[in-house]
Design a protein around this ligand. Structure first.
Ligand code: GLU
Length: 276
C-alpha cells in the first residue's frame, strides 16, 4: 500500500512537470484519436477522495481513473481543468475539456447534451450533518436549511423528495460543508462518496457525520462530446482493463479507505453501458 501511494504521488509529479514544460502548447484538438498526446480532463478541485487540487498535485478516485484511462488512450500530457457541477455539459460542448471525471452522474437529461462512457462507480445520495444532529434521512428535512450545489442531481432529487425543505444552492460542496460546520445550515446533501471525504477532513473530524442512509443511485460516467462513439468505446475498453488488472480496486482502497468509506460491492464495480 505504501509503495503504491508513493507511485501515485510520483506519477502526479511527473505529470505536473510535463505540464509546466508544455504550458504554451495548448492548441490541441481533443481526445478523440489522432496522434496528439495531450488531453484536457475536467475534474473537481475541492472534493477530497475524489478530485482534489493541492498546489500542483491532483488526488482522488476520479483522478486515478482519469490518469489510467488517459494513459490507455496514449495521452501523456494531461491538463486538469476544474469542472464545477453546473458547468460540465458546457465544458464538453464547447471543447474546453475532452473528458470529464467529476462525480458526474449519467442522466437522460444530460445525455441530451453529452455522451457518457462507463459507469465506473455507483454512489448514493446521502446527508452530512453536525455530529449531534437528529436528522436521520430526507423525512427529517422539512423546514430545515439544506445545502447543495447548482446543476447537481443532488439538488434536483431533494427538491422533488422534500418540497418543504429550505434549499440553498452553492457552487461547490466544500462551501456547503463549511456552512454546516459553522451551524449556519442544517445539512449538506450529495453523494455519500463526497460526504465521507469531508467528514474525514481534519477540520471537520468530530464535528460532521454522514447519516449513512443513501436514497438514490448515482452512476458515475465519463462525460465526452455527444455522439463520439469511438472515444466512448476506447474509454470503456480502458475501464474494463482497469477493473481486470486490479487497478480499479487499488484506486478504491487508496482513495476511499482513508475516509473509512465502505464501497457497496453488490453494485461495484458496475457493468458498463453500451456506447450510443
Ligand atoms: N453525482 C451527482 C451529480 O452528478 C452529485 C455530485 C456532483 O454534483 O458532482 O450531479
Amino acid at each position: 500500500m505504501i509503495t503504491r501511494r508513493i507511485g501515485a504521488a510520483a506519477t502526479t509529479l511527473v505529470l505536473a512537470a510535463g505540464l509546466a514544460a508544455c504550458g504554451s502548447d495548448d492548441g490541441d484538438s481533443g481526445g478523440g484519436g489522432g496522434d496528439d498526446s495531450s488531453i484536457k480532463i475536467g475534474i473537481k478541485f475541492d472534493q477530497p477522495g475524489l478530485g482534489l487540487k493541492e498546489g500542483n498535485t491532483y488526488t482522488g478516485f476520479d483522478v486515478d481513473v482519469a490518469n489510467y484511462v488517459a494513459k490507455e488512450l496514449g495521452k501523456t500530457d494531461i491538463q486538469f481543468v476544474q469542472a464545477p457541477s453546473k458547468q460540465r455539459e458546457d465544458l464538453i460542448a464547447t471543447g474546453q475539456v475532452d473528458l470529464i471525471f467529476a462525480t458526474y452522474s449519467i442522466t437522460d437529461e444530460r445525455k441530451e447534451k453529452v455522451s457518457f462512457a462507463g459507469p465506473y462507480f455507483i454512489a448514493g445520495q446521502d446527508l452530512l450533518v453536525a455530529t449531534d444532529a437528529k436528522i436521520t434521512g430526507p423525512k427529517d428535512l422539512d423546514g430545515k436549511k439544506l445545502c447543495s450545489v447548482t446543476g447537481s442531481t443532488s439538488a434536483d432529487n431533494v427538491k422533488e423528495e422534500v418540497p418543504g425543505v429550505n434549499l440553498q444552492e452553492f457552487d461547490t460542496y466544500s462551501k456547503c460543508a463549511e456552512a454546516v460546520s459553522k451551524g449556519q445550515l442544517d445539512a449538506l446533501t450529495t453523494d455519500d462518496t463526497i460526504l465521507a471525504g469531508y467528514a474525514a477532513q481534519e477540520q471537520y473530524k468530530g464535528k460532521l457525520k454522514v447519516v449513512g442512509a443513501p436514497f438514490s443511485e448515482e452512476r458515475y460516467g465519463v462525460g465526452l462530446k455527444k455522439g463520439d462513439t469511438a472515444l466512448c468505446e476506447d474509454v470503456n475498453a480502458a475501464l474494463t482493463k482497469m477493473v481486470e488488472d486490479g487497478s480499479w480496486d487499488k484506486a478504491v482502497e487508496d482513495n476511499f479507505g482513508p475516509a473509512g468509506f465502505k464501497v457497496d460491492s453488490k453494485t461495484n464495480p458496475p457493468k458498463l453501458d453500451a456506447c450510443s
